[in-house]
Design a protein around this ligand. Structure first.
Ligand code: FES
Length: 109
């Protein structure tokens, strides 16, 4: 993905406690609104292939719908197995009602 910010959604599309999957270039990115704090991470689970946007969001954590790994949204890190690798986090910016996603900002495991 280029080092540019791309508008992917409107702020009103992602109310607090909600999450939305968007496509940015070749990446499927999950936008999560944690009490007004927006985060962007991989929508595809780091364990196998499942869309985390189809899982559950519970108290700042996402539960993978396929095998149940839990990820911390703020860090992207897995909290429980079977996932062991962190999700990539993307830079996110809000300008008025525009939600924009930028480059990867963290990729640790
Ligand atoms: S695909 Fe997510 S835990 Fe296996």
């Amino acid at each position: 993905m280029a080092d540019e910010f791309v508008k992917v959604a409107s702020l009103s599309d992602i109310p607090p406690g909600d999450m939305v999957s968007v496509t940015v270039g070749a990446d499927e990115v999950l936008l999560v609104n944690l009490d007004g704090d927006l985060h962007a991470c991989d929508d595809i689970c780091s364990h196998a292939y499942a869309n985390l946007s189809e899982g559950d969001l519970e108290e700042g954590e996402i539960v993978c719908p396929l095998h149940g790994a839990v990820f911390d949204v703020a860090s992207g890190r897995p909290v429980t197995p079977p996932a062991t690798e962190a999700l990539r986090k993307f830079a996110i910016r809000v300008d008025g009602d525009d939600v924009m996603v930028g480059p990867v900002i963290a990729a640790d495991d």
